[in-house]
Structure formats: structure tokens, C-alpha cells
Design a protein. Structure first.
Length: 120
């Protein structure tokens, strides 16, 4: 097998482009499919990032209705509260919307629960 065997496809593509034809290689098709899949996955993760923190709502409601937060560890929620902050900045640094959205919502949920542990 000659060393230029792989160049055949590159030359064919260049000749087709010179004639005004659009030739898409298998690799380019795979990359487009991957980007489309990744985009769908990213959209799904944004939805999950927004919905998942709402799982704290039953806890917030229970504390409010019972008027008692003695079973809630302020140390645990305090640590969660502070660890959300670096995660938020990590999301900003990497421009990751799911991480940013999720950590804003987690920050709000932990703030409410910590506030409830101090007033009840």
C-alpha cells in the first residue's frame, strides 16, 4: 500500500470543491451528528439542572409547616451552601449553562433552609 493512499480522498474532495460541488466526508458527517446529539444532551441537562433543585421544596415546606428545624443539620447545609459557590464560578469559567443554573437554584434552596434552621 502506498503512503499516499489516504491523500486520494483529500485530493478528491479538493477537486470537487474546485468544481463547486460540496463533498462531505464521513468524518464530517459524524462530527455533525455528534454536535447535534451533544446539543440535545445539553438541552436535556439544562432542564434537569433547573428541575433537580426543586426537589428541596418538600423539605422547605415541611420545615415551614412544622415550625421545627431541629432535625436539620445546619453544618451540613452550611457546607453545601459554601460548596455551591465554587461550582457556580466553575460553570461561569467553562460557560456551562447547566452548572450555572443548577448552582444558582441550589444556592437559593440552601439559603432558605439555612434561614429556616436559624429562625425555627
Amino acid at each position: 500500500m502506498s503512503r499516499s493512499a489516504g491523500l486520494h480522498y483529500i485530493n478528491r474532495k479538493l477537486r470537487a470543491r474546485a468544481k463547486g460541488h460540496c463533498v462531505e466526508t464521513c468524518m464530517e458527517k459524524c462530527e455533525k451528528m455528534h454536535l447535534m446529539t451533544l446539543s440535545r444532551f445539553d438541552h436535556m441537562m439544562i432542564v434537569i439542572a433547573i428541575l433537580y433543585p426543586f426537589s428541596m421544596i418538600p423539605q422547605i415546606i415541611k420545615i415551614y409547616e412544622m415550625g421545627d428545624a431541629s432535625s436539620i443539620s445546619s453544618l451540613t447545609y452550611g457546607m453545601k451552601f459554601f460548596f455551591v459557590i465554587p461550582w457556580f464560578f466553575y460553570g461561569v469559567f467553562h460557560k456551562s449553562k447547566p452548572i450555572i443554573y443548577a448552582n444558582i437554584l441550589w444556592f437559593l434552596a440552601y439559603t432558605v433552609i439555612l434561614w429556616q434552621t436559624f429562625i425555627y
